[in-house]
Design a protein around this ligand. Structure first.
Ligand code: 9WN
Length: 411
């Protein structure tokens, strides 16, 4: 029964038009195509319609910029009232887009989609391969100067208001934001969303990017927010590994990808905070540590970058909450169990962390995370995120990545 509901959610959020096939993350709240949401959607579609799964990824990559960047949002349709919409971003080509990227999970998801139908997937993947490679090169050439992956906006990380970004956002002046109407708070309880102060700063960063014409050299040198993130780095390492595996099957020379993965495995050492005894985000403007064990650190197993100290943090987090692994350290003062990325548990993060557990042979952890994610969905529905202590439903409903994760993994 849940399978039927999950499939109906994916179909219901499908916005296939003549221009392409894409899903919205959820109706109303997020009326466009989002980058990593679409990658998870493809994984979900691959359980019952592999052609549709490939089309999701193909539509996303049709919006790729000439420099290889794949934007975090693609504004296929007009959605008046959405804020910040295409006019605020001032980015993209024929189809307007946002001006930043999002976690590069597409290669990892494409590999899973390909595995679902190896024969049919071969041609589709062969066509997508150079585009994925160009995107991975963009990350390496623009965002990895410090050795690890950096983000120029909290939205680029996909984990918008997690406490990891507090130290970097403190240096952003949001006072010029002016009057604006947030659409998110019309749909979802404001206590489960970022604060106004955070939003003002998010908008200041969008303004900075637009004012420099989304010029990467200027962004890397001068954007008031620029932080290196272990989570994004682990995701990209894993994506390089997955793309290389697919490249080998396609008869490609994958030396460059192997080199990138090795370079990042070395570079991520710069994000080991010895005082915290954990992987930690770092403000590249001030050199300050975030000082928090976030869900990004829990992706270390995804990339084969585990260290013994992370075991203790994992055990702590399992014990401190009841359902899944929270988006931020439940024992830190910044923890808020219902506020977006400051504590709630997210189904797609659980799925990614679990892929890491599988890689590391931690089958018991994987099974626990899968079962607890299933319980959350069975108890509270296909919601965007959940309270990790009492499973209360949070954020948007009928959510694409929750349905996808159910079909492909948790259900
Ligand atoms: C901004 C769509 C997106 C996710 C992000 C999540 C949230 C947007 C927002 O929704 O971000 O990109 O308006 O808050 O944080 O991970 O991709 O589901």
């Amino acid at each position: 029964m849940h399978d039927d509901t999950a499939r109906a959610i994916l179909r219901g959020n499908d916005r296939t038009t003549d221009g392409g096939a894409y899903t919205v993350p959820t109706d109303m709240l997020y009326p466009f195509q989002w980058n990593w949401d679409s990658a998870f959607a493809a994984w979900g579609f691959s359980t019952f319609d592999t052609d549709r799964a490939w089309r999701e990824l193909e539509t996303l990559f049709a919006a790729q910029w000439a420099d290889g960047m794949v934007p975090h949002m693609v504004f296929h349709d007009a959605a008046p009232g959405y804020f910040p919409g295409p006019d605020v971003w001032g980015a993209g080509g024929e189809v307007p887009t946002s001006g930043i990227s999002q976690p590069p999970v597409a290669a990892t998801m494409a590999r899973l989609v390909w595995e679902a139908d190896p024969e049919a997937g071969r041609t589709r993947m062969a066509a997508l391969y150079p585009k994925l490679l160009a995107w991975h090169r963009w990350w390496m050439e623009t965002r990895c100067g410090s050795g690890a992956v950096a983000v120029c906006h909290p939205w680029e990380s996909g984990r918008d208001n997690c406490p990891d970004w507090d130290v970097g956002l403190a240096g952003v002046d949001g006072s010029g934001a002016g009057d604006y109407a947030r659409r998110d708070e019309a749909q979802v309880d404001g206590a489960q969303r970022p604060t106004k102060q955070e939003y003002d700063r998010y908008l200041a960063l969008v303004r900075f990017g637009r004012d420099c014409g989304w010029d990467q050299a200027t962004i890397v040198a001068d954007c008031p927010f620029y932080m290196a993130d272990p989570g994004m780095t682990f995701i990209l390492i894993r994506a390089h590994d997955d793309l290389a595996a697919m490249g080998r099957s396609l008869g490609q020379d994958v030396t460059e990808l192997e080199g990138w993965a090795a370079a990042l495995r070395d570079g991520v050492d710069s994000l080991w905070n010895p005082e915290l005894g954990a992987w930690d985000a770092k403000d590249l403007r001030s050199g300050a540590w975030a000082g928090i064990v976030g869900s990004g650190a829990l992706l270390c197993w995804l990339a084969g970058c585990e260290r013994p100290e992370m075991e203790a943090h994992l055990a702590r987090m399992w014990d401190a909450v009841t359902y899944g692994l929270p988006s931020s350290d439940p024992e830190a003062p910044s923890f808020e169990r219902k506020r977006y990325w400051r504590g709630p548990v997210w189904p797609q993060m659980n799925a990614l962390i679990a892929l890491g557990f599988l890689r590391a042979g931690r089958d018991w952890d994987e099974a626990r995370l899968r079962e607890e994610t299933a319980t959350l969905i069975e108890t509270s529905g296909f919601r965007e995120y959940f309270d990790p202590i009492d499973a209360a439903p949070c954020g948007g409903d009928s959510f694409t990545w929750t349905a996808a994760v159910w079909l492909a993994w948790a259900g």
